[in-house]
Design a binder for this molecule. Structure first.
Ligand SMILES: [Zn+2]
Length: 363
C-alpha cells in the first residue's frame, strides 16, 4: 500500500549531509502519546438497553446466535437489526433460526433484487416478493448503495434512486407500514481530488477502490438530490437515511432537510467521529431533532461501540476514535441527558420499526 506522505531522505546542503529522518514521517506512523490529563469515563456498556438499527449478519440463517447474544449482552444491546435479510428463502432461513433460538433479540430487514429493472413484470414481481418477505417476518427494507451506483436497467442504463419505475416499492412499504433504511452515495470527499486537502485522504489511500471521479457515476450532490426527491415523492413512507444522510459534518443543513421532509429520520452508523468533533453543535442538533435520530453502527466490531457510547453519554474531552482513516482527530462527548438518550437508544426505533417487544425496554 502506498500512502507515504513523505519519505525519510538525506539531502546534501552546502556540502553538509543532513538527515531529515527526524522531521518527516509517515502520516500513519504518527501516534503521539496524549499528555492531556482530564477525567476519563470509558463506557463499555450503554446506559440504557439499545436497538442497533444498522447491522449486517449475512450468515444469520446458520450462525450460532448464542455467540452474538453474548457480545450484545455485554454492551446492553437488546435488539439487533440485521439489514442483510436478502429476501426469499435466505430470509426465511434467517427468520427460522431467530425464531428457534432468540425470537425477541433480532429484527430482519429484507432487500430487493434489482436485476432486470424495466423488464416486463419486473416491478410486480419485486413488490410481490417484498409482500411475501414481510409476511414471512421481515420488518423493514434495506436499500444498499448499489442503487444509484451500479444498478442498471434492462438497457444497461444506470437506475437513479428516484427512478419512477421503482415507485411501487416505496409505496408498498408505506402501505405495509415498514420503514426503508437507505444508503445512497458515500462521503463527499470520495468525489474530491485526492490531495493534501482531502479529509478522507488516508481512507482513499488505503482503500483506492472507494475513490470516484467527479462524475462517477454522477456528482455527489446529484445522487443525494435523487434520494431527497424520492423521499419527498413518497410522503407516506418512513425512510431512515443511513449515515446521517452523509451530512453529519453539516448539521445545520441536515436540520433543514429534516424540517423539509417529515417522513425522514436518520441514523449515525460509521459517522460518530463527525459528531465527536463538534459536541456542542451535535448536542444542539440532538436536542432539536431528538425524535428523528436512531442508533446505528454498521460494521460489527463489538469493541468499537465504546466510542459511540462515550460520545453520546459523557462529557469527556479529547479521547481517541478507533479508526484513523475515519478521523485523525480526537473525540469529545455530548453528555446527552437521559430523556434524549432513551429516545436515541430505543424509543424512536420502537416507534418506527414494527414488532419489537416493548417490554424489553424501560419507560
Ligand atoms: Zn450498512
Amino acid at each position: 500500500m502506498r500512502y507515504i506522505l513523505s519519505v525519510c531522505f538525506t539531502v546534501v546542503l552546502f556540502g553538509q549531509v543532513q538527515s531529515q529522518s527526524s522531521s518527516k514521517m509517515d502520516f500513519e506512523k504518527y501516534e503521539p502519546v496524549n499528555t492531556l490529563v482530564v477525567p476519563e469515563h470509558v463506557v463499555t456498556k450503554a446506559k440504557f438497553p439499545f436497538i442497533d438499527v444498522h447491522n449486517h449478519q449475512w450468515g444469520m440463517g446458520t450462525q450460532n446466535l448464542d455467540d452474538l447474544i453474548k457480545e450484545m449482552d455485554k454492551m446492553n444491546m437488546k435488539v439487533m437489526v440485521n439489514l442483510s435479510g436478502q429476501g426469499g428463502d435466505a430470509l426465511k432461513k434467517m427468520i427460522g433460526n431467530v425464531k428457534d433460538h432468540h425470537p425477541k433479540r433480532f429484527i430482519i430487514f429484507t432487500n430487493i433484487n434489482f436485476n432486470g429493472v424495466g423488464e416486463d413484470g419486473w416491478i410486480d414481481k419485486a413488490v410481490k416478493q417484498l409482500e411475501e418477505d414481510v409476511k414471512n417476518g421481515a420488518n423493514g427494507l434495506k436499500i444498499f448503495k448499489n442503487l444509484g451506483f451500479s444498478v442498471k436497467d434492462k438497457d444497461g442504463k444506470r437506475v437513479a434512486v428516484d427512478d419512477a419505475r421503482l415507485d411501487k416499492i416505496w409505496e408498498k412499504c408505506g402501505e405495509l407500514k415498514i420503514p426503508v433504511l437507505i444508503h445512497t452515495a458515500d462521503p463527499k470527499p470520495f468525489w474530491d481530488p485526492l490531495d493534501e486537502k482531502n479529509e478522507r485522504w488516508l481512507e482513499l489511500a488505503t482503500h483506492p477502490n472507494r475513490k470516484r471521479g467527479p462524475n462517477d457515476p454522477e456528482p455527489w450532490e446529484d445522487l443525494i438530490e435523487e434520494q431527497h426527491r424520492m423521499f419527498k415523492k413518497h410522503k407516506k413512507t418512513t425512510f431512515i437515511a443511513a449515515h446521517f444522510g452523509w451530512y453529519p459534518n453539516d448539521l445545520g443543513h441536515l436540520g433543514k432537510l429534516l424540517d423539509d421532509m417529515p417522513n425522514v429520520v436518520v441514523e449515525f452508523g460509521a459517522v460518530i467521529a463527525e459528531l465527536g468533533r463538534q459536541p456542542r453543535q451535535a448536542k444542539e442538533f440532538f436536542t432539536k431533532y431528538q425524535d428523528r435520530i436512531l442508533f446505528g453502527k454498521d460494521s460489527w466490531v463489538p469493541e468499537e461501540y465504546n466510542t459511540y457510547f462515550r460520545v453520546l453519554e459523557t462529557n469527556d474531552e479529547y479521547f481517541p476514535y478507533h479508526k484513523k482513516y475515519h478521523a485523525f482527530w480526537a473525540m469529545y462527548g455530548m453528555g446527552l441527558p437521559d430523556d434524549i438518550l432513551k429516545k436515541v437508544y430505543y424509543k424512536n426505533a420502537l416507534r418506527i420499526i414494527p414488532n419489537i417487544d416493548k417490554t424489553l425496554f424501560p419507560d
